[in-house]
Design a protein around this ligand. Structure first.
Ligand SMILES: C[S@@+](CC[C@H](N)C(=O)[O-])C[C@H]1O[C@@H](n2cnc3c(N)ncnc32)[C@H](O)[C@@H]1O
Length: 238
């Protein structure tokens, strides 16, 4: 079922991915799908953090013949959303969506896989562990992406660890430019950044602080206050 099938392609991909548990919104899935269709035949995509396979199904569905998605997840039992059986759920969901043949699953941490990785990448999606040091290390995958390629980061503006690692990596970088976001999914391109790109990244910080406040309010069960900040969902802002 892999392949870039034009306008109907995304609808079919999201019909398969939508029921899979996860935090990727429809708009964010569209961004990943569109980037996946731009991967050349034989290209390589790395996804860090695969969980039940929601984003993996979207990415793998978009790839042209011969391209592959390397899905990296240690599936730790002790992770916040991890549980025994998550790996089996991932395998079942990707098989059911018809994309298992385009996916190479690596049951290991991002750092372990990158330690002996060789070869260029066309696209990286970072959605693994969300603490500062892990995300900072995960963003090291961007060094392996070919010029002009894309790096997507989920929860880029809704998590303390992800956002601080993103700022620490991207603001001083001479090879990664922030191009925009869909909700909390940040899009970076491997290209020299301008000062305007850096300023646009910094301009997202008020929205990030608002999201942190919303998350605290939701945990304190103060949903009316979260609504007053424009958040109408029971779930965290993604
Ligand atoms: C937010 S979930 C990923 C959701 C997935 N991308 C989706 O849209 O369905 C984060 C995942 O990162 C995984 N993870 C935790 N530590 C990791 C690490 N060091 N390297 C790679 N993945 C990690 C967790 O097991 C979890 O499944």
């Amino acid at each position: 079922m892999t392949g870039a099938w034009g306008a109907a392609g995304f609808e079919a991909a999201f019909a398969a991915a939508g029921p899979i548990p996860g935090w990727l919104t429809r708009g964010q899935a569209r961004d990943l799908y569109d980037a996946g269709t731009a991967v050349p035949p034989g290209g390589v995509v790395v996804e860090i953090g695969s969980h039940h396979g929601r984003s993996a199904v979207v990415l793998a569905s978009a790839l042209p013949e011969g391209a592959r998605l390397v899905a990296v997840d240690p599936f730790p039992d002790d992770w916040r959303y991890g549980a025994a059986g998550t790996e089996q759920e991932f395998r079942a969901h990707t098989r059911r969506a018809g994309v298992a043949g385009a996916i190479e699953l690596r049951v290991a941490t991002s750092a372990q896989v990158r330690a002996d990785w060789s070869g260029r990448l066309d696209l990286v999606y970072v959605d693994g562990k969300h603490d500062f040091w892990t995300v900072r290390d995960d963003l090291g995958w961007a060094d392996l992406v070919a010029p002009g390629g894309s790096v997507f980061v989920h929860d880029a503006f809704s998590s303390l660890g992800v956002t601080t690692a993103l700022l620490r990596t991207v603001l001083p970088s001479r090879s990664l430019r922030y191009t925009g976001r869909t909700g909390s999914l940040a899009h970076l391109r491997v290209a020299p950044p301008s000062w305007a790109d850096r300023a646009r990244l910094l301009a997202q910080l008020p929205w990030w602080l608002r999201n942190l406040v919303v998350k605290v309010l939701l945990r304190l069960r103060l949903r009316p206050l979260a609504r007053a900040l424009g958040h109408h969902d029971a779930a965290d802002p993604y």
